[in-house]
Design a protein around this ligand. Structure first.
Ligand SMILES: *Cc1c(COP(=O)(O)O)cnc(C)c1O
Length: 432
């Protein structure tokens, strides 16, 4: 039994293991991941974009920032995933986890010269340049090092992905990519092809995250294809198109991402056009595979609403308050009676943490059965952009991360202690 299921007594299971027992052993708040889930979503994605008879070569680079745990990167690398990285730190992670350097793509608008040097030294597969200044710097550094930098241009095709503003990257007014509207991308690609220290890798696009419709992808991909064809007609080498990530997930946990529909759309646009394709899925691989388990501390009747105060907070999972994101929240133990209670709306409450901010909530106006202090609550779909965004705000140490694989729970990142946090500081003014 893989993924998240319930047994006949209403106990939540992760890959067959009892979530309540894991919470008991490892304490809360705690992130729990399904190893089988990561592997199955990755292989489904790859199947969908690279069916056996695909008329193009494909590479799938898992977007490390969604969930960058070394153990998860190693699992995915062994299953054939490359890595899409956005910092030198993520490069070190990917390399340490065993991702082959030539399966690493470096994205992001603000690579430092140290990061560019490190990427060229490590001989990673591709750097996606996002501005003229960066492109010039890459060319200079490569020339200085006596190497040839593999570079693609990330373009901005001015498409609204229809997602939350903070995770939309496709419009002209965002900091991402080089505009295709005014010929700038075309000019720069010609410049890039003329550099001795650069090997042209093609074009890249990534218009945003949590896209729930295919239409914006399609518009962006058509624009990308148009530009690529024009560049080829003018004699440029455009070997590959990097189609980014962004496929959304169902935060109600009712469906899994429709990789097949996405793959078919890609095939419709790119079949027999002569480009190799790259993909950078993050959320669609990782989100469904994790939950954050918290314990109920108190129930509190506010003046206008009820609060369930739990031991997990915005420092553990910031998505609800940062993006107004919805995560399904449910008791870890939910028997039939409790489901009935929810239907009849037993309590409607905000699930909030101990952090001193009104924005510290995991969910608002949620229907819950009658729960009591000490009950475990699961925050679903927390496998992507969850643990990676943990902070120590309010001097709260990071939660532990546990990955279940083949019936065994592995601690992949131990819970931090307050002593761990304090040891990272220096205090010249301490009383001796
Ligand atoms: C974040 C990011 C991705 C992954 O996006 P998801 O929505 O998690 O699939 C892919 N490519 C680039 C360049 C990114 O910045």
């Amino acid at each position: 039994m893989t993924g998240f299921t319930r047994d006949e007594d209403g106990r939540l299971l992760i890959d067959g293991l009892d979530v309540a027992e894991l919470a008991e052993s490892y304490g809360t708040p705690v992130y729990l991941y399904s190893g089988a889930g990561f592997l199955s979503h990755f292989s489904q994605f790859r199947q969908a974009v690279a069916p056996k008879d695909a008329p193009y070569q494909t590479k799938v680079h898992y977007a490390v920032k969604a969930n960058s745990a070394l153990a998860i990167l190693s699992l995915l690398a062994q299953a054939g995933a490359g890595a899409d990285i956005v910092s030198g730190g993520e490069m070190q992670r990917a390399l340490q986890a065993g991702v082959a350097p030539d399966h690493i793509v470096f994205s992001g608008v603000g690579k430092s010269s140290d990061e560019i040097r490190a990427a060229l030294s490590a001989k990673i597969g591709q750097i996606n340049a996002e501005s003229p200044a960066e492109l010039h710097l890459i060319a200079d550094i490569a020339a200085d090092m006596g190497v040839i930098a593999p570079v693609a241009l990330r373009v901005n095709v001015n498409v609204d992905p229809g997602s939350h503003a903070k995770i939309s990257t496709g419009q002209r007014n965002t900091k991402f990519g080089i505009s295709t509207d005014d010929g700038e991308a075309e000019r720069l690609y010609h410049w890039l092809c003329a550099q001795d220290s650069i090997k042209p890798c093609g074009l890249a696009v990534h218009i945003g995250s949590q896209l729930t419709k295919l239409a914006p992808f399609e518009t962006a991909y058509q624009a990308l294809l148009e530009l690529a064809d024009r560049l080829r007609e003018n004699g440029c080498d455009v070997p590959q198109l990097d189609l980014g990530g962004g496929l959304g997930v169902d935060y109600n946990c009712e469906t899994t991402p429709d990789f097949d529909a996405y793959g078919k759309m890609v095939a419709r646009i790119f079949a027999n056009r002569g480009y190799d394709l790259g993909f950078e899925p993050g959320r669609s691989i990782a989100a469904d595979q994790g939950i954050l388990v918290v314990s109920t501390l108190y129930l509190k009747d506010g003046a206008d609403k009820q609060f369930v105060i739990v031991d997990g907070a915005m420092n553990d999972l910031i998505r609800p308050t940062l993006y107004e994101a919805y995560h399904k929240i449910e008791p870890v133990l939910m028997n039939g009676d409790m489901s009935q209670e929810i239907k009849s709306g037993q309590i409607t409450a905000d699930i909030v943490g101990p952090v001193c901010e009104t924005g510290d909530y995991l969910g608002q106006d949620r229907q819950l059965p009658s729960i009591t202090s000490g009950d475990y609550i699961a925050v679903r779909s927390a496998g992507a952009y969850g643990a990676v965004m943990m902070s120590n705000y309010n001097t709260r140490p990071e939660a532990a991360e546990i990955l279940v694989l083949d019936g065994t729970a592995h601690v992949i990142r131990p819970r931090r202690t307050v002593a761990d946090l304090l040891a990272l500081e220096t205090n010249p003014f301490a009383a001796s």
